[in-house]
Design a protein around this ligand. Structure first.
Ligand SMILES: Nc1ncnc2c1ncn2[C@@H]1O[C@H](COP(=O)(O)OP(=O)(O)OP(=O)(O)O)[C@@H](O)[C@H]1O
Ligand SMILES: Nc1ccn([C@@H]2O[C@H](COP(=O)(O)O)[C@@H](O)[C@H]2O)c(=O)n1
Length: 230
């Protein structure tokens, strides 16, 4: 069967990567978490004195962006890809609240997006890829055969993230997570370059009242419909 490109976009913490990873694994496609790439650039900016939370040294970041190499390597223990920044595994460090609270201003910079989009398009040039993010169906792969836009209420998304952090034994505040989710959604939707929005030809999935299993089943149905006619 001919391989296709699958774009899964939507709001923060709504389950995009959970769905995307499951589908990619079962159909033997590459999975790319594009948010991890923006998180890695943010971590680099924090650790290299480019972003202190208030001001971004855009000139320094502009000079260094071409030297920020992001890659993914399968972690045999989890069966999932880990994120590498200049060959160092940063998977855990990019998931902290510090990075979550600083990532949206970094990802709003036009030259950061130009570089990330170029890297993402190179990763998907052979098709057979599931990529999740905010602008995959609108900017990265506007020709994707299957586009999904996922949403859920901010409260349920914050609750899911809170439960996840608690299960990992990490300190978490529901209110802080809810605030972060809302703030990121706002910045992501209102930035000038590639704002978060549903592509006209994307299918809308509100998973507020769906279980992980139910949303997985729904996504598989959509995949089977589209890949069957390619
Ligand atoms: N339908 C669901 N019901 C309950 N929990 C869910 C559901 N879908 C995903 N989750 C859980 O919600 C949390 C967030 O999911 P996930 O990381 O897939 O979201 P995301 O949209 O990729 O987030 P981000 O925007 O931060 O990358 C995870 O703990 C995941 O297991
Ligand atoms: N295609 C994308 C993906 C992500 N972003 C920005 O990165 C942040 C973190 O993404 P997560 O998927 O890990 O939540 C997100 O809030 C966006 O600011 C993006 O701009 N484009």
């Amino acid at each position: 069967m001919k391989k296709i490109t699958i774009a899964i976009d939507g709001f923060s913490s709504c389950g995009k990567s959970t769905m995307a990873k499951d589908l990619a694994r079962e159909v033997g496609y590459i999975y790319i978490d594009s948010g991890a790439m923006y998180r890695a650039v943010t971590l680099y900016s924090i650790e290299n004195g480019i972003f202190d939370g208030n001001d971004i040294d855009t000139e320094k970041l502009r000079k260094e962006i071409r030297n920020i190499r992001i890659s993914f390597r399968l972690n045999p223990a989890t069966g999932r890809p880990d994120t590498y920044l200049n060959d160092v595994n940063v998977e855990n460090r990019i998931r902290t609240m510090e990075v979550s609270s600083k990532v949206s201003p970094i990802s709003a910079l036009d030259f950061v997006r130009t570089e990330m989009v170029a890297q993402q398009q190179a990763m998907g040039k052979e098709k057979g890829i599931v990529m999740d993010g905010r602008d995959i169906g609108t900017t990265v792969f506007p020709e994707a055969e299957l586009k999904i836009f996922v949403t859920a209420t901010p409260e349920i998304r914050a609750q899911r993230r809170y439960d996840e952090l608690k299960a990992k034994g990490q300190e978490a505040s529901f209110d802080e997570i809810l605030e972060n989710v809302k703030q990121r959604d706002y910045i992501d939707q209102h930035r000038e370059v590639s704002p978060l929005r549903k592509a006209e030809d994307a299918l809308l999935l509100d998973n507020t009242n769906l279980t992980i299993e139910q949303q997985k089943e729904w996504l598989f149905e959509q995949f089977n419909k589209v890949s069957g006619i390619q």
